[in-house]
Ligand binder design. Structure first.
Ligand SMILES: NC(=O)c1ccc[n+]([C@@H]2O[C@H](COP(=O)([O-])OP(=O)(O)OC[C@H]3O[C@@H](n4cnc5c(N)ncnc54)[C@H](OP(=O)(O)O)[C@@H]3O)[C@@H](O)[C@H]2O)c1
Length: 245
């Protein structure tokens, strides 16, 4: 039985991906900032471990507690919507701490065991906004584009050790709490001069369009974990697949 460690399992893609792997007979280490027993059905193959990807001690303790793993899924992430003019650099740094440096730090923490075993897979969840740019998402897009570039270089660096590295690029998924959480981080991010632009962006999102489901993301992560010849970049969701094509 293989073991996957997934970050950000309290909701959305992380939670659904944890269930997806449990249903397919993997051992799952579902990590959350605040572990909650009521989110996933009890299973002898499930372990909940506390993990904040911005906290070095938390990462060390979680990776120690997890023991050997086969796959790391860097899914934890936060959004931020707003014009750059209205975004503090402190807020931008905070976003990078989670989305970008959190991913790097988690990867660094598991690499010694992967390299020594000459086996392992790292899967980084970024976003289709890196395929087609949208306004008011400059800092978020930068945080994810940095992970794309990081992952592509790292894949080459780890090839000699038989460690695979993949990107999963989901499209827009209104079903998760992501947009609501991102908008909560937005209040001061849209100065008056950008209000009309923001309104047209929100109106565009309200139009019916293809979207990504959490199960699309789980299936893409599953493919990256299990298919030795899977491509480095895997788009997840009908909208993301269309953009990638
Ligand atoms: N939904 C979309 O439209 C969309 C599209 C493309 C890409 N993505 C990406 O997909 C990933 C998952 O998003 P989602 O839609 O599932 O959003 P979500 O429901 O808001 O889930 C985000 C998860 O990340 C966790 N998290 C945030 N900061 C963390 C930290 N410092 N340490 C550990 N965990 C942390 C959250 O935990 P708490 O409960 O503790 O906050 C939550 O479990 C993110 O990387 C996001 O950027 C989302």
């Amino acid at each position: 039985m293989k073991t996957v460690l997934i970050t950000g399992c309290s909701s959305g893609f992380g939670l659904v991906t944890a269930q997806y792997f449990l249903d397919r007979d993997w051992k799952v280490i579902a990590t959350m900032r605040t572990p909650r027993e009521d989110l996933l059905p009890p299973s002898p193959h499930l372990r909940l471990i506390a993990l904040d990807v911005t906290d070095a001690d938390s990462i060390r303790q979680a990776v120690e507690a997890a023991g050997p793993i086969d796959v790391l899924v860097n899914n934890a992430g936060i959004g931020m919507l707003g014009a750059l003019e209205g975004t503090s650099i402190t807020a931008a740094r905070g976003l990078f701490e989670t989305n970008t440096f959190g991913t790097m730090a988690m990867t660094q923490a598991v690499l010694p065991q992967f390299r020594q075993r000459q086996a392992g897979v790292v899967i980084n969840v970024t976003s289709s906004v890196t395929l087609k740019s949208l306004p008011l998402l400059s800092v978020y897009t930068a945080s994810k584009a940095a992970v794309n570039a990081f992952t592509e270089s790292l894949a080459l660096e780890l090839q000699p050790f038989n460690v695979r590295v993949h990107l999963v690029l989901p499209g827009r998924a209104p079903e998760t709490s992501f947009s609501k959480n991102a908008q909560a981080r937005t209040q001061s991010g849209i100065p008056e001069a950008y209000a009309a632009l923001a309104q047209s962006v929100f109106a565009g999102w309200a139009q019916p369009s293809e979207v990504t489901l959490a199960t699309d993301v789980a299936a893409a992560v599953w493919r990256a974990a299990n298919e030795v010849a899977a491509p480095l970049r895997i788009a997840a969701g009908a909208d993301a697949v269309a953009l990638a094509a």
